[in-house]
Structure formats: C-alpha cells, structure tokens
Design a protein around this ligand. Structure first.
Ligand code: MLT
Length: 392
C-alpha cells in the first residue's frame, strides 16, 4: 500500500491550525493574560433574528410526519436556490436553478472541485492568497504557478498572456489583502481565460463586504464569464454561518470542457460524495435573502466594517502602512521595523496579547506583511488597538 506522496510537499500545518496552536501554547503558559484573537476570520456576532426564526420553524417542521425531510436534493433545496437566483438577479445576473449547487461552504467546494480536473492541469494562484487554493493543488500533485500580488500592482495581479494556465484562482475582495478587482480588471481575466480555454475559480466569499458599489460582487456581472468561470460563495462571512455551514457554487450551463458540462460533472460528484446541507440550515440560509434578513446581515457587516475603521485609524495614527478594510473585513499591514511576519506575530502576541496572521502564511509575497481581521467584538477590537498603540 502506498500513501499519497504529495502530502510530503505540504507545509507541516494548515496556516490557521499553526497560528491557533501558537496562540493556545502562549495562553497555556500565561494563564493570567487575556488574549485578543484577530487572526482567523471567524465571526463573533450571533445569527440574525430572521435566520434564527426560520431555523426554529424548520426544526418544528422536522417534528411532524407531514413536514419531515429525509435526504435532500444533492444540489440543494429549490427554495434556497430560488432565493439565490433572485439575489443574483438584483445585480443583473440571470442564473438557472440548475446552475446553483448548495453545499456546506466555499472551502469544501474549492477543494472538492478539483475532482473535475486532470492532475496535469496547471493552476495559477495569486500570491499572497487564502492557502486552501495552493494546499489542495499540492495534495493532488498538480503544478502551481503564482501571479504576484504586490504593493506596486495594488495587490491585484493582471493576466500575463505569455503564461499558460488551466485553472485560475481569483478571490475578490481578496483574502488576505482586502483588495478588490474592478469590472474592467475582471474582464481582462475573463478574456484571458476564454482565450486559453482555462477555467476561473472565483471565490466571492467576501462579496457582501463591498461598499463601493462600482465594484462587481460576482464574476458573472462580467460579459464572457459564463463560458469560463465557476463562482464559490458562502454564508460564513455574509451571515455569520462559520459554525452553521452553508455555501453555494455557481456553474453556468455554457461551461463545457472536452465536450462535457462541468455542472453535470459536479452534480455527479456531489451525488456520489455528499449528502447535502441539512434542511434546517438551508431554511436558515434562505432567510438571509429575505428583505428582513438582508437588512439584518447588512447591519452586522456594517458593525464589522466599523471595527475595520477602528483598526485602520489606529494604524494611520501610528504611521503603520496598511491597505484593505474598506470593502473587506481584512486589514493588511506592513510589519513595523522591518520585522518578518512570524517575528511580528510573536512580538504582537508576547507584548500585546494580540493574535493576527503572519503574511508569509499566505505566500512568499506576504513576507513582511501581517493580517488583522475586523471580526472581533467592538470592545476587543478597540482594546487590541489600544494595546498595540502602547507598544509602538
Ligand atoms: C481566514 O481567516 O482566512 C478564513 O476565515 C479562513 C476560512 O474562511 O476558511
């Protein structure tokens, strides 16, 4: 028996497992210190009343024989796919219900989608970026190329026609830098992908944080995307579902490679390996897209964006360079005093009791940078920034 040798090419730990372990070790060694966690992008506000009401009702449905549900449809309940289709229609994007696939989150789908593609395909991944894109391709033994995201291109790399790629990862608004592509920039990527016959894997997990309404929320707002893109989204950051788990993937009917519909392949894959997201959770998810739910989740996100302003105004006062935090819950800063990012992680934890995420964990271009999240409570965010001010 042979195990998958590609795992030897992975870093020892998943980034957020590594930072969580360091923080836990520090907390165990310093039980008297209160640690503030602004590292992993995990929400802190409870589910909104519209979601809670819908989930309570759904639990009651499950208690009666006439409204009980067993296995659900592999692609998700129609009521949720209809809500999602109406949500996209608000931005002028028309989706068939059979183009929407409900799941337990974008992270799983971003990894699982690779089942559809040959191992010899080349993946093009921005650097820095959410580490799942790279790790899942390394696990599969697929070659990975990087598109450099740097300060001089606003952390928004553009296509290089001399680079041949099959799978193109994009995340906008970006994790970790908070940078967001304009419609014109996305169009350049769509044209490049169509010219190459490549497939864009577009992670829209942070779309609900966009406040600059000139920015696209979905790649399908861009002409030509239906023949080259798959979009992944999640209710984790949109509606506080990190622990509740619900996401969705959009695969247009026109997306065909080798004569085969990728949506059809995905449904075949999901039906074989996944039994769906629970009825109760899908009812809660559908409530996010009601007028009441939309108002409530927007208010929660506005609260997180207010935390982002607390962080960025403190950084500005301290003269620390940063970007992000405007259409994104992430603030990407330059480590002061030319510290490397893991040294800054230890420094901030040891001197201020604040946990962030070292930029190097998102790729080599992240070295010298650091990510803070706006997902804390207002009180802990304010306290974290006061502690940081005291050490600078
Ligand atoms: C992050 O902190 O980058 C995210 O929370 C990770 C995730 O969504 O899985």
């Amino acid at each position: 028996m042979k195990i998958n040798p590609c795992y030897e090419n992975l870093g020892q730990n998943y980034l957020f497992a590594a930072t969580a372990k360091k923080a836990a070790d520090y907390a165990a060694a310093h039980p008297d210190k209160k640690i503030i966690r602004l590292g992993i992008g995990d929400v802190t506000k409870p589910l909104c009343p519209a979601v809670i009401g819908a989930m309570h009702k759904a639990v009651d449905d499950m208690s009666r024989p006439e409204s009980f549900y067993g296995y659900g449809p592999y692609e998700g309940y129609e009521f949720l796919r209809e809500s999602l289709s109406r949500y996209y229609a608000l931005r002028g994007v028309s989706l068939g219900l059979d183009e929407i696939f409900v799941s337990d989150g974008a992270k799983s789908d971003l990894g699982n989608i690779l089942d559809l593609f040959d191992r010899d395909n080349t993946a093009l991944v921005p650097d820095p970026v959410y580490p799942v894109y790279v790790d899942t391709n390394i696990m599969a033994g697929r070659p990975v190329l990087f598109a450099d995201a740097r300060e001089d291109n606003g952390f928004l790399p553009m296509p290089d026609p001399s680079v041949k790629a099959d799978l193109i990862y994009m995340c906008s608004p970006n994790n970790p830098t908070g940078a967001a592509y304009s419609a014109g920039q996305l169009k350049a990527w769509v044209d490049y992908a169509n010219a190459q016959g490549a497939v864009i894997l577009f992670d829209a997990a942070y779309e609900a944080f966009i406040r600059d309404e000139s920015l696209p929320h979905s790649i399908f707002e861009v002409e030509g995307a239906r023949t080259c893109a798959i979009e992944f989204c999640s209710l984790s950051k949109t509606a506080g579902f990190t622990g509740t788990r619900c996401g969705y993937t959009v695969i247009p009917k026109e997306l065909v490679r080798g004569g085969v519909s990728l949506g059809g392949m995905w449904l075949r894959r999901q039906a074989t390996k996944f039994n769906g997201t629970s009825y109760v959770v899908q009812r809660g998810a559908a409530a996010v897209f009601t007028p009441e739910g939309q108002a409530q989740v927007r208010e929660a996100i506005d609260g997180y964006l207010q935390n982002a302003r607390v962080i960025t105004s403190a950084l500005a006062d301290m003269g620390i360079w940063y970007t992000g935090g405007q259409n994104s819950p992430y603030i990407w800063l330059k480590c002061p005093d030319r510290m490397d990012s893991w040294t800054f992680f230890d420094f901030l934890l040891g001197r201020a009791g604040v946990v962030g995420t070292p930029g190097e964990g998102f790729g080599k271009n992240g070295e010298g940078f650091f990510r803070l999240t706006a997902f804390g409570s207002p009180e802990s965010t304010t306290e974290a920034m006061e502690r940081i001010r005291r050490i600078f």
